[in-house]
Design a protein around this ligand. Structure first.
Ligand SMILES: *Cc1c(COP(=O)(O)O)cnc(C)c1O
Length: 222
């Protein structure tokens, strides 16, 4: 299948998942994750109408200006300066320490950096991200940084055969998201839940994802 066909397929499945969950598909932003794929493939997705792209590195000067880049990979503190003004959202803010570095670099540029707190819901040793119980204390510390705005949370669920196994993790993160909003700990800034990838985005959408990050399902296997 072509990239355009893959995108159509993903979008149809998102729509069906929204229908099942009684949600409006407009609430769900599809982020195309190109990883190491060539720019020509990214352009195919662009031409099929996609505008949100997830990257691990800063890149893609060839892509038209209305494309939005999301930093989704692990971000080292020494790389913050290279990406901060090139992306609309950093999905991978996994510590207060990193947020502090983002604050410094954003202040230098007189800008506000939008971030998601990366949460390791399943507590996998191989993954980055804060544990669920650390999110609220960390959020409170990060809110003291005037140039960092926490827009929500992101998780990378375990790599499983059956997406249903990840439903519990998506539910847990959604529950925390709702708790934070209900207690108004977020000062009204939280509106994003970035969860769900090729193998499990339908379950994530059913459980409240507002952004899904799809690589293989659009660009083919790596
Ligand atoms: C690679 C990657 C994705 C996309 O993964 P697929 O399983 O290919 O859809 C999503 N999020 C992050 C953080 C990634 O690194």
């Amino acid at each position: 299948m072509s990239i355009a066909e893959n995108i159509k397929n993903v979008r149809e499945r998102v729509n069906a998942a929204c229908l099942r969950a009684g949600r409006d598909p407009k609430e769900v932003t599809l982020i195309s994750v190109s990883k190491t794929k060539p720019v020509s493939m990214l352009m195919e997705a662009y031409e099929a109408g996609e505008r949100d792209f997830g990257e691990n590195k800063e890149k893609r000067p060839q892509i038209p200006e209305d494309a939005k880049f999301h930093m989704i990979g692990h971000l080292q503190t020494n790389k913050v300066g290279q990406v901060i003004d090139k992306v609309v959202l950093i999905h991978s803010c996994d510590s207060v320490h990193l947020a502090e570095k983002i604050e410094k670099e954003a202040a230098k540029r007189d800008m506000i950096a939008n971030v998601l707190l990366e949460v390791n819901v399943a507590r996998e040793e191989s993954k980055f991200g804060m544990f669920l119980e650390d999110v609220i204390p960390n959020l409170k510390e990060i809110q003291a940084f005037p140039h960092v705005c926490v827009k929500g949370m992101m998780t990378i669920a375990p790599n499983v055969e059956d997406a249903e196994e990840n439903r519990k993790y998506f539910k847990e993160l959604y529950q925390l998201y709702v708790d934070i909003k209900n207690k108004n700990i977020d000062n009204g800034t939280m509106s994003v839940l970035s969860m769900g990838m090729t193998g499990d985005f339908e379950v994530a959408v059913e459980e409240g994802a507002t952004m899904i990050r799809v690589g293989t399902g659009i660009f083919g296997s790596r």
